[in-house]
Design a protein around this ligand. Sequence first.
Ligand code: VGL
Ligand code: ZN
Length: 206
Amino acid sequence: MKALILVDIQNDFVEGGALAVPDGNAVVSIANRLQKVFPLVVATQDFHPSDHASFAANHSGSEIGDVIDLYGLLQILWPVHCVQGTAGAAFVDSLDMSAVQAIFPKGTDPSIDSYSGFFDNGKRKATGLHEYLQEKGVTEVYVVGLATDYCVKYTALDSAALGYQTFVVVDACRGVNIQPNDSDDALRVMEAAGIQLVNSQDILEG
Ligand code: VGL
Ligand code: ZN
């Protein structure tokens, strides 16, 4: 059983959003096409309370891009983004949600960030995604969305570590690239973990 995971395709991560990923909108049409060939589609949603500790605005004297020690974990400080109840946290309008069978919010605990759709960054709590995929008999996981160098990367790495045969559809992902090579580096790390990098054409034609 194959599942497609749509990672954080939300307004704040595309053009005009608070944490806009360059060319982020480009993933939407590919994600929409891919959904039609998967028996199971789920989505993750970055979903922070306004007092979330990953926001630079919640640390006086800190700036966006600073790295702090957050209860023992290194944390990059981000602009305020994907706040629960705001338009920025909503899925992109043009993203087809009609086939999405479950949504997994993450980053809801103000004290810890959650890049992976499976666990928070300290692996302290699970989102329920693994149990859900197990229940559905999923063995193969395909990951698309935003951002290649953060939430796509950690979702795919956890997926592989949990034993799913894991694929990242590279042309259906875009990265933040604080450093220009961050997305390429992330892809290399994923490959080294046994994750297969594929293109949407391979799936849509196959
Ligand atoms: C993400 C930074 C902060 C992501 C979420 O979806 O990749 N990146 N929160
Ligand atoms: Zn976030």
